[in-house]
Design a protein around this ligand. Structure first.
Ligand code: NAD
Length: 493
């Protein structure tokens, strides 16, 4: 079983506390590697290395153009190692290997994208109203960035945080989820080959309330970028407020898939099924609420059942598998708990509703694709994030009611609208309180498009050009061009 140390200042080191955690393959239910259980002292070391690199070290003195070239090389080494990294990811969190191949290609491209931005970050000169004054702004790296990531796509999250941060000139300390840290560590080990100076990208693995909390509290961290649950995000936000750290939060969702009677129903059904059962529903953007127009409810429900019954559960490495296991034992229990809650609250289970067993389903962490009918939006199953393969069907009558139900949750991450009317599509996209709207599609992502949530789904946006701003501070500089001392120094010129 391979043992992975921390990655600090360009090399692998043992944790100060000398303790290790097992990381488990959720499909086989077996530990397959061990990772360091980092603590506050390790965080201190990592932050010190990161701070040195970006204030006095090679990263600080490197031109932005050269920094961009180094980041291009990161894209190259990722592409070269994509097959291996995809296998690691699928093994560590149970996501489909085929999906991870796609994700690795996007990770490599994402590094190229932000590499191109590195030398296009610039301030401006401002024609201020003062006489004899030249004024300009600069855009400076915000400082050392702490990136805390969830287990469902760890290397993707590390990339969409570290790439814009590094383009801005920041250095980074990543704390991946204790359930899936290996891909981030393997990625870090490739950075020397790409020419990344020591200390620019560090990884401290360990538990959230130990290594994670130490990072959030560290006085030399300027910015926290977090992907995870709303509960942890709230705690981090509260802690960060004490030291006024800048915070971006990418949290959960309770996203609606809204199907109107005029939609292409086959297309919509495929979107609804992949939107909730893809990755076993373990996506922040899972379409966990189906809002269906009353007049087509029966017909559409039958289509859904037909498709959902054909889903193949199994080994994430097998190309024939549609859906893999639930990634962690606590998450497995949480999904079953919510199924029980939905039943108690009076929702009608019309598909699944229990652990899936059978040949090829080893490890004991599969849940049957589950559909509840007769859900009202006030029920817990319609309001709280399950993060599993559980769909709630909620009926609506007309556009106005669809908007009302869609927005009547605390979350606001994504929504999809299925309709052939362009007018309705545009009206809906304006009215929905979410960060991303999909029209006649679901799970369409691009690193060039901002992603993030409204309301309880988060703060800030990742991806796209504007995410670089999350890692920059603006500085204003005034220069007096006047000759001689002013007649009265107490009067502003
Ligand atoms: P989590 O909140 O349990 O953990 C996320 C990270 O925070 C982990 O690295 C964990 O170790 C760390 N952490 C936990 N407690 C901490 C503390 N007290 N201080 C500092 N760090 C701490 O989330 P998870 O279970 O890993 O991921 C699932 C959640 O992530 C879901 O709610 C999902 O919706 C959300 N998510 C959001 C997005 C998005 O982009 N909006 C994407 C994927 C997942």
């Amino acid at each position: 079983m391979k043992k992975y140390g921390l990655y600090i200042d360009g090399r692998e080191v043992d944790p100060q506390g000398g303790e290790w955690l097992e990381t488990v393959d959720p499909y086989r239910g077996e530990a397959w590697a061990s990772i360091a259980r980092g603590g506050a002292e390790d965080v201190d070391r990592a932050v010190a290395a990161a701070r040195l690199a970006m204030t006095k070290g090679a990263w600080a003195t490197m031109s932005a153009t050269k920094r961009g070239k180094v980041m291009r090389s990161i894209g190259d080494v990722v592409a070269k190692n994509a097959v291996r990294l995809a296998e690691i990811e699928a093994r560590d969190n149970g996501k489909l290997l085929a999906e991870m191949h796609g994700q690795l290609a996007a990770i490599s491209e994402c590094w190229y994208y932000y590499a191109g931005l590195a030398d296009k970050i610039q301030g401006s000169s401002v024609p201020v109203e003062k006489p004899d004054t030249f004024a300009f702004t600069t855009r400076e790296p915000i400082g050392v960035v702490a990136a805390l990531t969830a287990w469902n796509s760890p290397l993707w999250f590390a990339t969409v945080k570290a790439a814009p941060a590094m383009a801005a000139g920041c250095s980074v300390v990543v704390k991946p989820s204790e359930f899936a840290s290996v891909s981030t560590l393997e990625f870090a080990a490739l950075l020397k080959e790409a020419g990344v100076p020591d200390g620019v990208f560090n990884v401290v693995t360990g538990l959230g309330h130990e290594a994670g909390a130490a990072l959030v509290e560290h006085r030399d961290i300027a910015k926290i970028t977090f992907t995870g649950s709303d509960v942890t995000g709230t705690r981090i936000y509260e802690t960060a407020a004490r030291t006024l750290k800048r915070v971006s939060l990418e949290l959960g969702g309770k996203s609606p898939n809204i199907v109107f009677a005029d939609a292409d129903l086959d297309l919509a059904a495929a979107g609804v099924v992949s939107g909730i059962f893809g990755a076993a529903g373990q996506m922040c953007s899972a379409g966990s609420r189906l809002l269906i127009e009353k007049s087509i409810k029966e017909e559409f429900t039958q289509k859904l059942l037909q498709m959902a019954k054909n889903i193949r559960l199994g080994d994430p490495m097998d190309p024939a598998t549609n859906v893999g296991p639930i990634a962690t034992p606590p998450q497995f229990q949480k999904v079953l708990h919510y199924i029980a809650v939905a039943k108690e609250d009076g929702a009608r289970c019309i598909l699944g509703g229990k652990p899936a067993v059978g040949p090829g389903l080893i490890g004991g962490q599969f849940v049957e694709p589950t559909i509840f009918d007769g859900v009202t939006n006030g029920m817990r199953i319609a309001q709280e994030e399950v993060f599993g393969p559980v769909l709630s069907i909620i009926e609506f009558d007309g556009e106005e009611q669809a908007v009302e139900i869609a927005n009547d949750v605390d979350f606001g991450l994504v929504a999809a609208v299925w309709t052939k009317s362009i007018g309705r599509a545009l009206r809906m996209s304006k009215s929905l309180e979410v960060g991303t709207v999909w029209i006649n599609t679901y799970r369409t992502y691009s690193y060039m498009m901002p992603f993030g949530g409204m309301k309880r789904s988060g703060i800030g946006r990742e991806q796209g050009i504007e995410s670089v701003n999350e890692y920059l501070e603006t500085k204003s500089v005034f220069i007096s061009t006047a000759e001689g001392a002013p007649a009265n120094a107490f009067v502003q010129r």
